[in-house]
Design a protein around this ligand. Structure first.
Ligand code: SAM
Length: 256
């Protein structure tokens, strides 16, 4: 076991953070940069510091997981979702059960909630939005966004689903009601079942190939038959066929 592997073990034992499914070079680089910037000399000292100082621990988590998100991120794919995928799903089931996995600060599930409210306002839809980072989840639940981050939201949606307070846009309760936010670790926790649609976008970038494969397999079984997985704009699933998915459109995979 080398020093990095020992660090991962200690991290899990003392701080309950499991980085084993993540690509080593990227993680190691990020951790080392942070340690240098904090003037910490080795992994042992770093762990001791994080155990003692909650703020440093938060900073470490922040540094590792990139939480950047956007409303209607990659609009062309949201168009496909709106025009092709949702109508097909709604024709099979008027009340959709959806999971936004790795939802970060909430832009993704709120985008989805707006779209559903427009496309199928009468349905009894439910959106489960999860992340393993409790701080981003808190922001997501608050649903308050600075004006400059709302550029991707069509003007009439912004008017209809947000309340403006100075430079802040707050999501209205009617939209929030569609979403349940929950702390969930994709590497560890049980998956929901019988889903019509799963969004897992821009989450797997640091996962190893094996971890991605296992994750996409678990998503497959979390979908109902004919359910769809929607991935990020650079995230084509290499072993999609092997797992059993059929491709419906680029970045959309169906469980047949
Ligand atoms: C870049 S954000 C993507 C947000 C949104 N899906 C989007 O595409 O805009 C990635 C999110 O995945 C979360 N994440 C990373 N690993 C995770 C894991 N093992 N379980 C749950 N969430 C995870 C991070 O905390 C982060 O909030």
């Amino acid at each position: 076991m080398d020093v990095y592997e020992k660090f991962l073990k200690d991290l899990q034992r003392r701080l309950d953070v499991d980085l084993t499914g993540y690509k080593r070079p990227q993680m190691e680089r990020r951790i080392n940069t942070l340690m240098r910037s904090l003037g910490v000399k080795d992994y042992d000292e770093f762990i001791d510091l994080m155990v003692r100082d909650k703020q440093r621990f938060d900073q470490f988590l922040d540094h590792l997981t990139i939480n950047v998100s956007e409303f209607f991120r990659n609009p062309a794919q949201w168009q496909v979702l709106e025009k092709q995928i949702l109508p097909a799903l709604l024709a099979q089931n008027p009340n959709l059960k959806i999971w936004s996995a790795g939802c970060s600060t909430g832009e993704e599930p709120y985008s989805l909630a707006m779209l559903l409210s427009e496309v199928a306002p009468r349905g009894q839809h439910s959106i489960l939005a999860t992340d393993f980072d409790v701080r981003v989840l808190k922001k997501a639940q608050e649903g308050a966004y600075p004006a400059k981050t709302t550029a991707g939201i069509p003007g009439h949606y912004l008017q209809k689903y947000f309340i403006q307070q100075g430079d802040t846009y707050r999501v209205k309760d009617e939209l929030k009601r569609l979403i349940t936010f929950r702390n969930h670790n994709l590497m560890r926790d049980k998956f929901p079942e019988q889903l019509d649609l799963i969004l897992c976008r821009n989450v797997v970038i640091y996962f190893t190939e094996e971890t991605k494969y296992e994750l996409y397999k678990k998503f497959f079984y979390a979908l109902r038959r004919q359910g769809i997985l929607f991935t990020g704009s650079t995230e084509q699933i290499i072993q999609a066929r092997e797992i059993g998915y059929e491709s419906v459109a680029i970045f959309f995979y169906r469980r047949p």
